[in-house]
Design a protein around this ligand. Structure first.
Ligand SMILES: NC(=O)c1ccc[n+]([C@@H]2O[C@H](COP(=O)([O-])OP(=O)(O)OC[C@H]3O[C@@H](n4cnc5c(N)ncnc54)[C@H](OP(=O)(O)O)[C@@H]3O)[C@@H](O)[C@H]2O)c1
Length: 338
């Protein structure tokens, strides 16, 4: 039996589809029942038989911080995919981020040890990989994390979660870690990842930045995860990035796919510096949620180029082109609007 945490999220739902399509026996952890409907909706993008595929999942309720519920979820499990996490860049969510991402992952790791799980796949992020000193240097799996840098609260907790996973490897849990860039996939149009970005671009964004990030298709993420789990590879991490693109390019490509106008003005360093301070004031004076923290302002304007050669050579893996991915995801977005 395979256990998938975060089964109701973007990665989890697509991973479930991938595993169920291979006739694997799968149990999925859910936290909020209403989110399960979204998984059925995601399945409907890909198959006329989506009801039957969806009904093959065994759902079990549980929070990452509820160990007795997790104990139940682990019964007769041999393999675990840990994709659940709290994704937020709001500094005042730091405690919650630590609780879910670090403590929650420690709970999963401890249960993997106790239940002698054969293999664990942990979904980390490129946010948990270090930064290079020279702008043009490619970031690899070996680029070391510098704790003195001004990381986002999300990055700190994804890094902390990885430390828990590496501890598990020391205690005998065979593990693979994937570090995806921004994941492009359909269905989650309102949640924090690429989905909400696509929604914002559709509604019309004023500004673009020259920052560069890594992007990857959701199917490449789940494909790499299952291939790594089925391989003899263990106790290694893999960057999953198809292409490094400037936010301006990404935004223009998405706007073209959605037939809307792309942003015309550049958010310069100065604009972003003013922007995060105004955002902070708005939060302090009017209780508004933080949309642009100091670290996020820095991230959207920084250029990070990722090296994807490790996974390519380990699995003879070929990534989908981002242009194709954007066209596909844009198509689902427009279909969901109908
Ligand atoms: N999306 C990206 O661009 C991206 C990029 C790099 C790495 N990642 C990583 O990929 C993983 C999956 O991300 P995603 O995009 O699928 O995120 P998502 O759509 O927000 O899904 C997160 C999942 O985690 C679950 N979850 C959150 N807190 C939980 C808790 N306390 N107990 C149990 N379950 C909990 C959520 O349950 P509910 O549905 O109940 O909220 C949901 O199923 C995360 O580890 C994320 O850090 C994502």
């Amino acid at each position: 039996m395979i256990l998938v945490t975060g089964g109701t999220g973007l990665v989890g739902s697509h991973l479930l589809y991938n595993l169920i399509s291979q006739n694997k026996k799968v149990r999925a952890l859910y936290r909020r029942k209403h989110k399960i409907d979204l998984v059925k909706h995601v399945f409907s993008y890909y198959s006329g038989e989506h009801e039957a595929l969806f009904n093959a999942i065994e759902w079990v309720e549980g929070d990452l911080n509820d160990v007795p519920a997790l104990e139940k979820a682990f019964e007769n499990v041999t393999h675990v995919y840990h994709a659940a996490a709290f994704v937020s860049f709001e500094p005042d969510k730091y405690r919650q981020l630590r609780k879910i991402n670090i403590e929650g992952t420690a709970n999963i790791v401890n249960l993997c040890i106790a239940h002698k799980i054969q293999k664990l796949c942990y979904v980390s992020s490129v946010a948990a990989v270090g930064h290079t000193q020279q702008l043009d240097d490619l970031i690899t799996e070996e680029t070391s994390w510098n704790k003195e840098e001004d990381h986002s609260v999300y990055a700190i907790t994804k890094y902390g979660a990885e430390i828990e996973v590496w501890r598990g490897t020391q205690e005998g849990v065979d593990t693979v870690i994937v570090n995806p860039g921004v994941i492009l996939g359909p269905g989650y149009w309102r949640s924090g990842g690429s989905g909400s970005l696509i929604t914002k671009i559709y509604k019309g964004m004023l500004y673009y930045t020259q920052g560069v990030a890594g992007y990857v298709d959701i199917w490449d993420v789940t494909q790499a995860m299952t291939q790594l789990m089925d391989s003899d590879i263990k106790n290694e991490r893999f960057i999953l990035v198809s292409e490094n693109l400037s936010f301006r390019d990404f935004q223009t490509k998405v706007a073209n796919a959605l037939n809307v106008a792309p942003a015309k003005k550049e958010a310069t360093k100065l604009i972003l510096e003013i922007g995060w301070r105004l955002d902070w004031l708005n939060h302090k004076l009017r209780g508004k949620r933080r949309k642009l923290s100091k670290q996020l302002a820095k991230t959207v304007n920084s250029k990070r180029f990722f090296d994807n050669s490790k996974v390519k050579s380990a699995l003879s893996f070929e990534f989908a082109r981002i242009d194709e991915s954007i066209t596909k995801v844009g198509g689902y977005f427009l279909k969901d609007l109908e």
